[in-house]
Design a protein around this ligand. Structure first.
Ligand SMILES: [Zn+2]
Length: 157
């Protein structure tokens, strides 16, 4: 089971009543620390709803697989650093907290846009990838280098 696999890295997969999976931590993590390293089980040229983008035409299926259950939030507490292949705590994370990341910090143009239900004050609504977000709204987020490069490319301005 995924929750068993996850147990020794401090991450556990749980399910909401509606069946949606999410990941919580079983130990605290200080801001700025590496929570978990990851690798690519497979690398694809196009995104799917489960991939994480690591370059302009590069999308990976995360390994270990329970990391794919980390959901989006418009006020995330972790960052998927696709250069370092590490999940970093953006702030202090307490036992039982759900891990969330900002999908547009890795995703340029998502395969499956969705209406965000994060419920935070600063929720951006429909999430489609960084390409579809105003620059001033992206300012407050930590973004990966490939996303910054794509934002700066003249073809996308
Ligand atoms: Zn939101």
């Amino acid at each position: 089971m995924e929750s068993r696999e996850a147990a020794d890295d401090g991450l556990v997969v749980l399910k909401r009543e509606d069946g949606e999976a999410f990941v919580v931590v079983t130990r605290p993590f200080a801001a700025g620390t590496v929570i978990r390293r990851f690798s690519a089980e497979q690398t694809l040229a196009a995104p799917t709803w489960l991939t994480v983008q690591t370059g302009p035409d590069q999308h990976i299926q995360l390994s270990p697989s329970h990391l794919r259950r980390i959901n989006h939030s418009c006020e995330p507490n972790v960052f998927f650093d696709t250069d370092e292949l590490a999940i970093i705590a953006l702030r202090e994370i307490a036992v039982g907290d759900e891990l969330t990341f900002f999908y547009p910090s890795t995703e340029w143009d998502m395969a499956q846009p969705f209406v965000c239900g994060c419920g935070t004050k600063s929720c951006l609504g429909t999430i489609r990838g960084a390409r579809h977000i105003e620059a001033q709204q992206l300012d407050r987020f930590k973004l990966n280098s490939h996303v910054k490069r794509m934002l700066a490319a003249p073809a996308n301005s």
